[in-house]
Design a protein around this ligand. Structure first.
Ligand code: BGC
Length: 811
C-alpha cells in the first residue's frame, strides 16, 4: 500500500498557518450574550470552575470528530494569557472524578459489547459519556480562593447517533451546576459564565441572577478554543459573532418540542415552514436570544442606506461606523424581508454582510444583494414557485429583532418563477401551523417597483440529460462490462482492501483494481470541522497500515482484544507514520462568524490538508437545518436558516474545490434532523416546507459552487428511503438544480432493514458506502436477473470513474 502519511512528526509550516486560521475563526465565532461592562477582563487571579475548564470540548463526537496534535483548554488558554488560576484544587478533584467516571462508563459499555456486532456498535452510538458536574462549591472554598474574579465553564458533549434530552445534564442544567453557578454569582464581584456546547441549553434557572455579569457562548471552537476565548475575554479580540440559531427561553417554547424524537417511526414536521425565528417571530414568542443576535465591546451605527433594483436583484449599500471610543471591531449587517400573504412567516433572512475590522470612528460602506426569487413561496397545489404581488418590507439591522425598515419592494403582478412537479409530497396529512402576514409598509422609506417583465418562467424539464464525462472517462468506459461497473458502484468497505493508496483514518475507499488502467482508488474522509485522520499509524513490512491510537470515541467502547487483534497496529513492528491536521471551530460556530470569506479560507485550508494526505472526498459540509435544539448533530450543521446555511456551505465548497480534484460531499440529503432512529425514521414533511426550508441550502450550493458529491441521508422522506428516492436523487438534484456529480449513500444505509441497494442505484445513487464485496455481488446478480439495467450501472460507474480520474490522486 502507498500512502502520503509522513515518517516525521515535526510540526510543519502548514500546521502553524492553519492553526492561526483556526484561531481567527474561533475568535470570530464567539458570541457575547450578556455583558454589563465586566468584560473585557485584564489578566488577574482567577477562580475557574465547571466541566469545561480543563475538559474543554472542541467539537462533538462521532464522525464529526477531528484528531489533533493538541487542543487548548480554557484553563490553558487563560494561563497563557496571564491569568493565575487559584482553583486548582477543585480542578484536580474534577479531573479525578472525570477519569473515574469515564472508566466506569467504559466498563459498562464494553460489557455490552463483549461480542460486538455491527448492530450492537450502532446501538452504542446512542450512549455518550456525560461529563460530571464536579464537587459542590463550599463557602469555605470560595472564601479561601483569594480573588474576586471567577469564570464558570458549562459544557455539554453531543454527537452522532443520539439526541440531547429535555432533562437535567442534557438540555437543562444539573442541580450541582445551578448551585455552583449561583454560589459563584453571589460570591464573586466579577463573574462570567462561558457556555461550551454545540447547541443552546436552557438558561432559565439563571434568570434574574444579578451576579452573572457576562455570558459568553463560546460553543465548540476547535483546537484553539482556549486561546481564542482568552483573547476575547481580555479584549485582544472584540467579539463579532452572531447567533445562527435562536435560543428559546425554555424547551416548551420550541414548536412541537414535546413530539421531537418521540415516535419511533415518524417525525411529523407539524411546524411546517415555521422553524426557528420564523416560528418565534410569527407567533410572538420571545426567545431568550434571537437569531442573529450578538454583542460587541464597541457600538456601531448604520446610515446612508440605499436600495435599488437591477433586473431581478435588489442591491443594498449602507455605511457602518464604529461609534465606540476604545475598541476596534466588526459588525454584521443583516437584511430581512417580510413577505405578504395568507401563510407566510413574519420575516426571512435574505442577505448579510460583515464589515472589516473598524477602528473607533472608522466607517465602511458595505454592499449586499439578493435575487428577488428568495421572496418566493412554493404553491403546492400547482407545484409552482410563485412571487406574489404585493408590498414586501425590507429591514436592515444587527439581529433579527433589531432592525429598521429600509425599503418597500412592490411586486406589481404575481409571477410564476418555476413550474415544477411535486416530487416528495407527504403521504400523511400534516396539520401545520399557519400565519397570515400583512407587513406594515412604512411611508418614509423608498418604494421599489418591480414589473413582471424582469422575470421569466422556467419550465423544469425532467427528461434525463446525457452525462457530461471527461475524455479519459469515455476512453476507459469503452472496454468495460457489468463486471467492471459494479466494482465502482460500491466502496471496498470501512477497512478497504490491502492494496492501492491509503490515507490512514479514511472511512471509505474505492476499488484499487484499476490502478494500472489509470483509475486510482481514492479515499473518503470525515468530517465538517476538519478532516478526521489517524495521527499515528504503523506500516508493516508487507505494506499494510494500521492505526496506533484509538482515534474515534466509538472504538473506545470495543473490548481490548478486538481493538488489538483487528484494529490497532503495533508500533514496535513497523515504521511509524504521522498525519497532523487542523480542528477548526465546528460548523455551528463557523456560521456564527457570518463571514463567508473566512469560511472559504477554511475550505482552502482543508483542501490543502486533503492534498497533503491524499484525501479525495471530504464528507462535509453537513447542511441539515437545525430544526430542534436537541438534535445531537446540531454542532455539525450551520443554522436554522436556509440562506445562512447555503451561504456558509457554498463558501466552504468554493474553498475545498478551489483545488481541482478535491471534492466536498454535501450531506445528509435530506431532512435528517434527528439522530434517534435515524436509520429508519420517516421525516414527514410537506413539499412546500421542504422547498422553502430544508432544500434551498443544498440547492444554493449545487447551483453556485458545483459540489462534486452529495450524500443521501439514512432516513426516509415521506415514507421513501432517501437513497431510494428517484425524486430526490435524480429529479430534484439533477433535473431541477443541474447537479452533475456523484450521489453516495450514507454509511451502512444499505442493509436488510434499511434502504435497498438495487433500488438506490436505480433511483440515481452512484456509490454505495462503505460498500464491500457483498454489495458488488448483489448488484451484479440484480443485473443478471434483469432487476437492474446495465444502463443504470454504467451511468453510476461512469459518474464515479469520472470523479476518480479527475481526482488529485490520479496524478
Ligand atoms: C454519518 C456520516 C459520515 C459517515 C462516515 C455516518 O454514520 O452519518 O455523516 O460521513 O458515517 O463516517
Amino acid at each position: 500500500m502507498t500512502t502520503k502519511a509522513q515518517y516525521t512528526d515535526q510540526v510543519s509550516e502548514r500546521e502553524r498557518r492553519n492553526l492561526m486560521l483556526s484561531h481567527e475563526a474561533a475568535c470570530e465565532g464567539i458570541v457575547l450574550l450578556e455583558n454589563d461592562g465586566v468584560l473585557p477582563l485584564a489578566p488577574c487571579k482567577l477562580a475557574l470552575y465547571g466541566a469545561g475548564s480543563q475538559y474543554t470540548i472542541k467539537g462533538g463526537s462521532g464522525s464529526g470528530e477531528v484528531n489533533v496534535r493538541h487542543s487548548v483548554s480554557v484553563m490553558e488558554g487563560l494561563e497563557a494569557a496571564g491569568f493565575e488560576i487559584v482553583s486548582k484544587d477543585w480542578i484536580d478533584r474534577y479531573d479525578a472524578q472525570w477519569k473515574a467516571g469515564k472508566e466506569q462508563f467504559l466498563r459498562g459499555v464494553r460489557r455490552k459489547l463483549w461480542w460486538p456486532t455491527a448492530r450492537r456498535i450502532d446501538a452504542l452510538m446512542g450512549t455518550e459519556y456525560r461529563y460530571p458536574a464536579g464537587d459542590l462549591l463550599t463557602d469555605k472554598e470560595l472564601a479561601e480562593c483569594g480573588t474576586d474574579s471567577c469564570i464558570y465553564v458549562l459544557s455539554r458533549q453531543s454527537g452522532e447517533g443520539h439526541d440531547q434530552q429535555d432533562l437535567p445534564g442534557s438540555f437543562w442544567l444539573e442541580e450541582t451546576e445551578i448551585r455552583n453557578i449561583l454560589a459563584c454569582a453571589e460570591h464573586f464581584r466579577r463573574f462570567v459564565l462561558l457556555i461550551n456546547t454545540g447547541t443552546p441549553v436552557d438558561l432559565s434557572p439563571l434568570e434574574g441572577i444579578q451576579g452573572i455579569r457576562a455570558i459568553v457562548y463560546m460553543g465548540q471552537l476547535g483546537m484553539e478554543g482556549g486561546n481564542a476565548i482568552a483573547s476575547v475575554l481580555t479584549g485582544g479580540h472584540t467579539p463579532s459573532g452572531h447567533l445562527a440559531v435562536s435560543w428559546p427561553k425554555r424547551y416548551s417554547d420550541v414548536p412541537f418540542g414535546g413530539e421531537f424524537a418521540a415516535d419511533p417511526s415518524h417525525a411529523i414536521y407539524k411546524e411546517g415552514i415555521y422553524v426557528g425565528y420564523r416560528y418565534y417571530d410569527s407567533f410572538d414568542i420571545e426567545p431568550r436570544y434571537p437569531f442573529g443576535y450578538g454583542l460587541s465591546y464597541t457600538t456601531f451605527a448604520i446610515d446612508r442606506f440605499s436600495v435599488r433594483r437591477q433586473d431581478d436583484r435588489i442591491l443594498c449599500a449602507g455605511r457602518v461606523t464604529n461609534t465606540g471610543k476604545q475598541y476596534a471591531g466588526k459588525q454584521v449587517v443583516q437584511l430581512y424581508v417580510s413577505c405578504p400573504g395568507e401563510d407566510r412567516e413574519y420575516q426571512r433572512l435574505v442577505a448579510f454582510v460583515k464589515t472589516k475590522t473598524l477602528k473607533p470612528g472608522e466607517s465602511q460602506t458595505v454592499e449586499a444583494d439578493f435575487p428577488l426569487s428568495v421572496l418566493s413561496r412554493y404553491e403546492q397545489a400547482s407545484a409552482r414557485t410563485m412571487l406574489d404581488a404585493g408590498r414586501y418590507v425590507l429591514r436592515a439591522g444587527s439581529s433579527s429583532r433589531d432592525t429598521e425598515p429600509v425599503a418597500v419592494i412592490r411586486i406589481e403582478q404575481p409571477v410564476v418563477l418555476r413550474q415544477h412537479r411535486n416530487l416528495c409530497a407527504s403521504t400523511v396529512p400534516i396539520a401545520e401551523l399557519t400565519h397570515a402576514n400583512a407587513p406594515v409598509a412604512p411611508d418614509l422609506v423608498p418604494e421599489i417597483a418591480v414589473p413582471a417583465n424582469v422575470f421569466t418562467t422556467q419550465q423544469i424539464d425532467y427528461t434525463p440529460k446525457p452525462e457530461i464525462l471527461s475524455e479519459r472517462t469515455r476512453k476507459v468506459l469503452k472496454d468495460m462490462t457489468v463486471a467492471d461497473y459494479v466494482k465502482f458502484c460500491a466502496g471496498t468497505g470501512m477497512m478497504g482492501e490491502n492494496k492501492g493508496f491509503r490515507t490512514p483514518g479514511a472511512v471509505g475507499h474505492t476499488t484499487a483494481d484499476y490502478i494500472d488502467r489509470g483509475i486510482p482508488n481514492v479515499e473518503l474522509c470525515d468530517a465538517p470541522a476538519g478532516i478526521r485522520l489517524e495521527r499515528r499509524s504503523v506500516q508493516y513490512a508487507d505494506g499494510s497500515i494500521r492505526p496506533v491510537d484509538v482515534s474515534i470515541s466509538i472504538y473506545e467502547y470495543l473490548p481490548s482484544w478486538i481493538l488489538h487483534w483487528f484494529i490497532l497496529g503495533n508500533p514496535d513492528k513497523g515504521k511509524m507514520l504521522y498525519q497532523f491536521v487542523t480542528a477548526f471551530p465546528v460548523p455551528a460556530m463557523q456560521a456564527q462568524t457570518w463571514n463567508t470569506e473566512l469560511v472559504e479560507r477554511i475550505g482552502q485550508a482543508i483542501s490543502e490538508e486533503m492534498g497533503e494526505y491524499g484525501v479525495t472526498f471530504w464528507l462535509a459540509p453537513g447542511m441539515n437545518i437545525v430544526r430542534n435544539p436537541l438534535c445531537g448533530r446540531n454542532f455539525e450543521y450551520y443554522s436554522e436558516d436556509p440562506v445562512l446555511t447555503g451561504r456558509m456551505a457554498t463558501a466552504v465548497t468554493h474553498g475545498v474545490q478551489s483545488v481541482g480534484g478535491h471534492y466536498v460531499t454535501l450531506k445528509h440529503f435530506c431532512a435528517n434532523n434527528q439522530e434517534t432512529k435515524r436509520h429508519t425514521i420517516s421525516s414527514d414533511v410537506d413539499e412546500r416546507t421542504l422547498r422553502e426550508i430544508y432544500l434551498p441550502g443544498f440547492e444554493m450550493v449545487v447551483r453556485e459552487a458545483q459540489p462534486r458529491a452529495v450524500m443521501a441521508a439514512y432516513n426516509r422522506l415521506n415514507g421513501v428511503y432517501c437513497p431510494e428516492s428517484r425524486e430526490l436523487c435524480t429529479d430534484m438534484l439533477r433535473a431541477e438544480w443541474g447537479f452533475s456529480g456523484v450521489v453516495m449513500t450514507d454509511w451502512y444505509s444499505i442493509m436488510p432493514d434499511r434502504a435497498d441497494g438495487v433500488a438506490s442505484i436505480r433511483s440515481g445513487v452512484d456509490l454505495i458506502m462503505p460498500g464491500g464485496e457483498k454489495d458488488v455481488k448483489i448488484l451484479a446478480k440484480a443485473c443478471e436477473r434483469g432487476e437492474l439495467s446495465e444502463a443504470d450501472l454504467r451511468r453510476a460507474a461512469a459518474r464515479v470513474i469520472d470523479a476518480l480520474v479527475m481526482s488529485r490522486q490520479a496524478e
